[in-house]
Every structure is written in C-alpha cells, then in structure tokens.
Design a protein around this ligand. Sequence first.
Ligand SMILES: C[S@@+](CC[C@H](N)C(=O)[O-])C[C@H]1O[C@@H](n2cnc3c(N)ncnc32)[C@H](O)[C@@H]1O
Length: 197
Amino acid sequence: MAKKNPWFDKWAKKAKEKGFPARSVFKLEEIQKKYRILRPGFLVLDLGCAPGSWSKFAAKLVGAKGKVVGVDLQEVKISLPNFVFLQKDAFTLGNKDFEALEIKNFDVVLSDMAPKTTGDKFGDHVRSVELAKKAFELAIQLLKKGGSLVIKVFEGEKTPLLKKEIEKSFKSVKFFKPKSSRKESREIFIIALGFKG
Ligand SMILES: C[S@@+](CC[C@H](N)C(=O)[O-])C[C@H]1O[C@@H](n2cnc3c(N)ncnc32)[C@H](O)[C@@H]1O
C-alpha cells in the first residue's frame, strides 16, 4: 500500500471541504492574495486545468461577466455557467479554438501544466520548461496589453533563462513559491505582470 503523506492529506482534505477537486487551489489563492491578478469581468485562459480547482476558483472571482476557458489533455468534471472546457493538448491550440468561442484576447493566462514526473529530475525539468515555454508563447499571442501570466515550472538550470525571456515582454517578472507548495517540490511559479503588447 502507498505510504500516506500527512502534509498532502491535510491540504487535500481542506480543498475537498471547500468544494475544490484538488489542493492546488491554495497555491492560486496565495498568488491571488499577493498579486491580485483576477478581477470581476476578466477573461482567463487556464492551461492544464484538470481536475479543475484553479478554474473553479478563477470562475468565482471573474463572476458572471467574466469567463474562464480551461484546457487539458484530461477530462474535467466541473460545470459552471462561466467556464468553457477544451479537451486538448496545449501544443495543438490555435486561433480557431478561440474564434469558435468568440474570444480574441485574455486578461490573464494561467498555466499549472506539469509533465508526468518520472524520477529523472533533469528530464522532468526539461519537459516542464517545454510546457512553460508553450504557455509563454500562447500568452504572447493571446494576452491583452497590461495582462498577466502565471506559469508553473519545475526549477532547474533552464529556469533563469526562461525568466529572462519572459522579462522582455512584461513590466515585472517574479518567482513565487506558495507556502501550500511542498518544500521538497521543485515547482515554482513565474508571475509576469503588465504585458507590453
Ligand atoms: C497539476 S495538474 C493541474 C491542476 C489544476 N490547476 C487544478 O487546479 O485542478 C497539471 C495538469 O497539466 C495537464 N497537462 C500536461 N501537459 C499538458 C498539455 N500538453 N496540454 C494540456 N494539458 C496538459 C495534465 O493533464 C494535468 O491535468
């Protein structure tokens, strides 16, 4: 039987009690508390949204006048009036997907995308950076001027260069490690504010 992780259990239980499918919601909650990226009426693209905690949290904050478009390889079970789900690989997303939704630009692009970890730390880092670069590329195509981007990445030797690349297109770019993220986890979030357009 798999060994129990009390840390994981505590946050997962807390998320379930609050009606969220995954404990990852607390990470976005911390990001929101510090950076106030989500506001009523905003259009949000949530890459790697399954099982749906971030989308549910964002949908609540953007309200009825806003919309969250979630994308994931895996199915999502949440159903909300201001949430649209595209079951797709982020690498195959194109303008047509958004035209069909009558959306041209987003106020915020979120990416909690993560590769399946293999135990090979460098390989996992490289695959995570590939996903992060895709999220950045989509943000460049789809963000409104002044918009925000949040990207999860597994830290490693390629992260400083990735941050430098992102800095060219945003007014402010910071690393953020939420308290609800396990200390031993190599995940870190890049918070990029003020897209230069
Ligand atoms: C940590 S989970 C996201 C949790 C989510 N933010 C939540 O709050 O419920 C990472 C997700 O990234 C997705 N993912 C990984 N590679 C992807 C890709 N190329 N395109 C779309 N989604 C991808 C996985 O399927 C997985 O569901």
